[in-house]
Design a binder for this molecule. Structure first.
Ligand code: HEC
Ligand SMILES: [Cu+2]
Length: 368
């Protein structure tokens, strides 16, 4: 062992010459404020929101998430052990065998069979120890959905998410509702390019590919709103392709399904604004493509599929995949110029008068 370490020290120039160490210390002493700020930054950033880590995989809230997290922690400790062993050997070598002024040339050696066998076998053994639980977890996570799982089709679009519950008759966008404590089976695909569905606290990431179905199966265990986003670069608004997963109590989930499948709310003919909004929504504009009804489904009114289903748009908390709040100001901004809000948006800018926008806002909010 000492032979190999000495050889290592000869090959690498002495890094820890006293002068160098002193210079480094001087640097740091000269900039205590800078160092302090760098250390403080994460704390300051963390203080900006209630949940400092809304997209952390380290706080899993489903069985799949916990299985992946347990595996991750196991591998982390292996990495810590390797780090400690390697760094200790490195530091000991650098200090003990450094070049001293006037020292004789060190003994020249070549190779050390025992050490080489050891550092080949040890990593191989560690890799096997990591591979066994990894493969076990892959099978666990990619297993078939248990019977009774809620079946959901997830379809990525540039730049929003469509969710269909074929057994429940629900079609919605961007905000996925799941029941707490029940297994859910996501069948993930894409309508255009490759996207990737990722709600970090709930489960792993899955590519959404056109013409192919990938799956995620998990059981959410905690009620709450979980953030996520597209994790595969998919064009100019990739970074704006966010998603929200609402895990509801079983009762709240059933109520949500009942609401989404209920007949469309009658248009309140006493409210001139809402009536005018419906007229603006149905209006055939030039070029023909720019009529809302061409691209959007609205229960009882239209069946377009290029954009999100708007039948119950009023019941969502955000629009345009989490970009804007679903309030009067947010919807008005979106209708005024979607492309300015969301670069590349496939909803074009439509020439709408201020009155039309106000009426459309009232109409869309009444569709809840
Ligand atoms: C050429 C097709 C097209 C036309 C025409 C169109 N839209 Fe859209 N719309 C889209 C697409 C695509 C999106 C999704 C954009 C995104 O989030 O990236 C969208 C998103 C929306 C949203 C946000 C929905 C949500 O849940 O995120 C609303 C509201 C909306 N459109 C209303 C309208 C209204 C009102 C009109 C008519 C004035 C209209 N759209 C015309 C394609 C269209
Ligand atoms: Cu995407």
């Amino acid at each position: 062992m000492p032979g190999a370490l000495r050889q290592f020290a000869i090959q690498y120039p002495p890094l820890l010459e006293r002068g160098m160490a002193r210079a480094l210390l001087r640097r740091f002493r000269a900039a205590p404020w800078g160092v302090g700020l760098v250390l403080l930054a994460p704390l300051v950033i963390a203080a900006c929101s209630g949940d400092p880590y809304p997209q952390s995989t380290l706080h899993p809230t489903s069985d799949t998430g916990r299985a992946i997290d347990a595996l991750y922690r196991q591998i982390f400790w292996w990495a810590v052990a390797v780090f400690v062993v390697v760094q200790t050997a490195l530091i000991v070598t650098i200090i003990r065998f450094r070049n001293r002024p006037g020292a004789a040339e060190a003994k020249q050696i070549h190779g050390n069979t025992a050490v080489e066998i050891a550092w080949t076998l040890a990593p191989a053994a560690i890799l096997v120890a990591i591979a066994i639980p990894t493969i076990k977890t892959i099978f666990q996570v990619a297993g078939d959905a248990p019977s009774g799982a809620v079946q959901i089709e997830v379809i990525g679009h540039q730049w929003w998410w469509e969710y269909r519950y074929p057994e429940l008759g629900v079609v919605t966008a961007n905000e996925l509702h799941l029941p707490q404590g029940r297994p859910v089976a996501l069948a993930i695909s894409s309508a255009d390019v490759i996207h990737s569905f990722w709600a970090p606290k709930l489960s792993g990431k899955r590519d959404a590919m056109p013409g192919r179905i990938t799956r995620l199966v998990f059981t959410p265990d905690s009620v709450g709103t979980y953030l996520g986003q597209c994790a595969e670069f998919c064009g100019p608004s990739h970074a704006n392709m966010r998603l929200r997963v609402m895990v509801d109590t079983p009762q709240a989930f059933d109520a949500w399904v009942a609401h989404q499948t209920a007949a469309p709310v009658a248009v309140d003919s006493a409210q001139a604004m809402i009536l005018a909004g419906e007229a603006a929504f149905k209006k055939i504009r030039d070029p023909a493509n720019h009529s809302c009804i061409v691209c959007h489904t609205m229960a009882g009114v239209s069946g377009g599929v290029a954009g999100p289903n708007l039948s119950h748009v009023g019941s969502r908390t955000t629009i345009a995949s989490g970009l804007l709040p679903n309030d009067s100001a947010g919807v008005a901004r979106w209708l005024r110029d979607p492309v300015a809000e969301k670069p590349g948006s496939l909803m074009p800018k439509i020439d709408l008068t201020d009155d039309e926008i106000a009426a459309l806002v009232a109409y869309l909010q009444s569709r809840n």
